[in-house]
Design a protein around this ligand. Structure first.
Ligand SMILES: Nc1ncnc2c1ncn2[C@@H]1O[C@H](COP(=O)(O)OP(=O)(O)OP(=O)(O)O)[C@@H](O)[C@H]1O
Length: 806
């Protein structure tokens, strides 16, 4: 805390700034209302203000310009309105808490020091020169996050500015009232951070703008890397830093970057709702949020039903270790590997020489264009032309062929038959068409006459228009055209390529596979992997692990569909994506920079990717010189006791550093029967609720176990439990029963691990899932088991937890 004199000065300054803010808001209010009304008026009376006259070319031009002028006026008013509205909203936000930090900085060579107050947006005095508050994203404000008092510097577009930071101060201001002021000497305010972290969990993520840590600031402000990889321990603030980074980018590039040019890939739809308030809280619009699954479904269309990653993980967690199971697991791993990616690239080369798969173009139960014809045509193109370009050529050829075939088809018997059954509307359509045709004929006649007059030729006497004959011709043309329309459409969609066949033919004999893929090696369970994959395809279904490779093959053959608008993509829980998925994202968004945030310690999916280290393929995606890796090792979410417990679950977890916030040690309770345990759990839940913890999760391994826990606890009389499934759309406070894989990325005041026995968590592959579940706890962690504890707990030092006997 600071001395009384300083407190008084700060109090006075806050009053002054508040007053100025109020004045500015009062000034802006009529301006905002005026502009809104003006824009509304212009929109309403738009057509009264323009003179529409198209009688002559001149009148037409005048009308055109008058509309353009009116449009420009309207858009100028709307822009001014939006701008003023934004300012007004910014001021309103500041009014509650104008700033949270201050640094006094003396730039080298200048004889005075400047007081830099930092808040969520800038506020300039009426002179237009002095900043009463600096936006936290301005270059000068970066020193607040990067330095302790002493020598400091910041980068500007004009170069580096060096000097001395003489003071660093933090404020807590709520609803315009000064509650606390801290002077900090070391890194930014552990006191304020302590307070923030000691608070309860929320159903929505909070902005961390006042307490961003130095290493997080590096993530937020990195503006040079094509690929930024953040490997950070559970609770180290990866998601928080990512959202602040979005706000930073939107501010720094506000002239050219819009929120919808940024896409965040979230682990599940519920997570979208969890993070959706951070940016609006900072006065920015939300970026686009989606899941990879949504993307896959969009690109796959309706032809194949796609398994989702949650069903895949349920399978991995619940099935017995049979041969099929081992094969599926091996398949998941192989299909996510760099080796398979290379095999598919080689496969595309092979397809350039042979083996393309097409669907014939069928019409009225016969082949109009056969597969053989298509193959011959396709392989007649110059082999040096890229595969996808040859497909384009084939597409053009097919469209031309269809035009010829359509013409021939008009003479077929079925057309005559169909003519007899045309209804009235179709006749009217034909009649209109006919009139248009007559118009064309008439024009052609006139044209010919003039031509002949000019060249003094004798005209052919063909002036009579045979109406009946023409009518039939038009009708025939119309009927056939209508029937050919779907064929053309499907050729345009490239449906003539048998992508399922192309993908399926990979999964056959090992030697054939090797021939097609330049000698690629296959995993041990290859025959079973092939059988499983083909069975799925036969059912028009696709395993989750097949979706991206399937789309990759489709792309290699059909060409890449790109989105060139998007400039930044963020991948949260990045360890859960395969190299295939990264490759796919890179191709899909060729003009975007990528920020990947993840924790290999929480890699719960079989297809995960190591984010850092020598064997990380991710660092090679854009090349090492364009890639930056930042590691976060300090964990902020949980108390020291919980972090000490959870980090011991992971090999290499010792490097995780807990933030100094103390609480109770994790508590282990064991019982002989499920009922006994449920009764105990119900008691603990009631006690936690009575202590004031508003967000509690009972975390299970699978969804079946969630349902079991929910039923048992409800039977014990636990009130208002919520059972969370993959369909739950939003995240709400309360007491939830949730499978671990859905609790990814979110946090709770207290976590109860439903069944931490060796029966439930025993495979080595489940260690990370168990770790992920335990690391969701902020203040309390309670574990339960009937029978033996999981080996992961058994291996822990007994000083890390307390035991309660039932
Ligand atoms: N600089 C900070 N100031 C205040 N709170 C912070 C800071 N950094 C992180 N936190 C808090 O720590 C908690 C964990 O943050 P976050 O969810 O961003 O971590 P994460 O690395 O994405 O975690 P996980 O990988 O486990 O999902 C949140 O409550 C967040 O508000």
């Amino acid at each position: 805390m600071i001395n009384e004199k300083d407190w008084k000065q700060e109090q006075e300054r806050l009053e002054q700034v508040t007053e100025k803010l109020q004045e500015r808001i009062a000034e802006l209010e009529p301006e905002v209302a005026g502009l809104r009304n003006q824009a509304g008026d212009i929109r309403k009376r738009f057509w009264e203000e323009v003179t529409v006259n198209t009688s002559t070319q001149e009148d037409f031009e005048e009308t055109f310009y008058s509309i353009k002028q009116q449009e420009a006026l309207l858009s100028e008013r709307e822009r001014s309105y939006r701008l003023r509205m934004q300012q007004w909203k910014g001021m309103k936000r500041l009014l509650k808490s104008p700033y949270f930090g201050r640094i006094d900085f003396q730039e080298d060579g200048l004889g005075f020091s400047e007081q830099v107050y930092i808040g969520v947006s800038s506020f300039v005095d009426s002179d237009g020169m002095s900043f009463l508050v600096y936006d936290w994203r301005t270059p000068i404000a970066s020193m607040y996050y990067d330095y302790s008092p002493g020598r400091a510097a910041y980068d500007t577009p004009g170069g580096r500015v060096e000097g001395t930071m003489e003071l660093k101060r933090q404020y807590q201001i709520r609803d315009g009232r000064l509650l606390n002021v801290f002077d900090t000497s070391v890194t930014i305010g552990d006191e304020l951070l302590q307070q923030m972290l000691g608070m309860g969990a929320d159903s929505q993520m909070k902005s961390i703008v006042a307490t961003i840590q130095r290493e997080q600031n590096a993530i937020i402000r990195d503006d040079t890397s094509r690929m930024l990889i953040v490997q950070g321990a559970a609770g180290s603030g990866k998601t928080s830093a990512a959202l602040q980074r979005v706000a930073y980018l939107l501010y720094k590039h506000r002239e050219r970057l819009k929120a919808d040019q940024i896409v965040l890939f979230s682990p599940n739809p519920m997570f979208n709702s969890y993070v959706s308030t951070v940016l609006p809280e900072l006065g920015e619009e939300n970026m686009q949020q989606t899941t990879f699954q949504e993307y896959l479904e969009y690109w796959l269309g309706t032809a194949l039903r796609l398994e989702d990653p949650f069903d895949q993980i349920e399978y991995v967690l619940t099935e017995q270790s049979t041969r099929e199971y081992e094969a599926r697991l091996q398949g998941i791993e192989y299909k996510a590997s760099g080796a398979f990616l290379q095999a598919l690239r080689n496969y595309a080369e092979w397809l350039g020489r042979e083996g393309m798969r097409f669907h014939s173009i069928r019409f009225r139960d016969r082949d109009l264009i056969t597969v053989k014809q298509m193959e011959d045509q396709f392989y007649s193109y110059d082999p040096s032309i890229r595969l996808a370009n040859r497909v384009d050529l084939l597409q053009q050829w097919l469209l031309q062929e269809l035009t010829l075939l359509e013409r021939k088809e008009r003479e077929e018997l079925w057309v005559q038959e169909e003519l007899n059954y045309l209804d009235k509307e179709q006749y009217v359509a034909a009649y209109n068409e006919l009139n248009k045709t007559i118009g064309v004929f008439a024009f052609a006649e006139q044209y010919e006459e003039v031509q002949e007059a000019l060249s003094n030729k004798i005209r052919r006497d063909e002036r009579d228009f045979d109406y009946a004959e023409r009518e039939e011709e038009v009708l025939r043309r119309m009927v056939v055209k209508e029937h050919f329309q779907p064929l053309r459409r499907s050729v345009k969609r490239k449906a003539f390529i048998d992508t399922v066949g192309l993908y399926a033919q990979l999964f056959g004999d090992k030697d054939v596979y090797r021939t097609m893929t330049k000698g690629s090696e296959v995993p041990e369970h290859w025959p079973d992997i092939c059988k499983q994959t083909k069975e799925q395809l036969d059912r028009h279904e696709l395993f989750y692990e097949d979706a991206t490779p399937y789309l990759y093959v489709k792309e290699l053959v059909e060409g890449v569909r790109m989105n060139t608008e998007v400039r930044h993509i963020f991948v949260d829980e990045g360890q859960d994506y395969s190299m295939f998925q990264y490759e796919f994202l890179k191709r899909l968004f060729p003009r975007a920079r990528m920020t990947v945030l993840g924790d290999f310690g929480q890699a719960i999916f079989t297809q995960s990717t190591q984010l850092d280290g020598e064997d990380s393929p991710l660092t090679r995606l854009y090349g090492e010189s364009d890639t930056r890796l930042i590691r976060l090792v300090r964990s902020y979410r949980s108390t020291r006791e919980i972090v000490e417990f959870t980090r011991s679950l992971l090999p290499g977890g010792r490097e995780i550093v807990p933030f100094e916030r103390s609480g109770k040690k994790p508590l282990l309770s064991r019982a002989d029967s499920g009922e006994q345990l449920a009764a105990r759990m119900a008691e603990d839940l009631a006690a936690l609720q009575a202590e004031g913890f508003a967000s509690i999760a009972i975390i299970t391994k699978t969804s079946a176990e969630s349902l079991e826990a929910y039923n048992l606890l409800t039977a014990q009389g636990c009130p208002s439990l919520r059972h969370i499934t993959k369909q739950t759309p939003t995240f709400e406070k309360g007491t939830l029963v949730i499978p671990a894989y859905l609790a990814k990325g979110v946090e709770f005041d207290a976590v109860l691990i439903y069944d931490a026995s060796s029966r439930t968590y025993h495979r080595e592959s489940e260690r990370k899932l168990f770790y992920t579940a335990c690391t969701r706890a902020m203040h309390r962690l309670l574990l339960y088991a009937t029978g033996e504890w999981t080996p992961f707990v058994q291996a822990l030092d007994a000083s890390l937890y307390e035991v309660k006997c039932i």
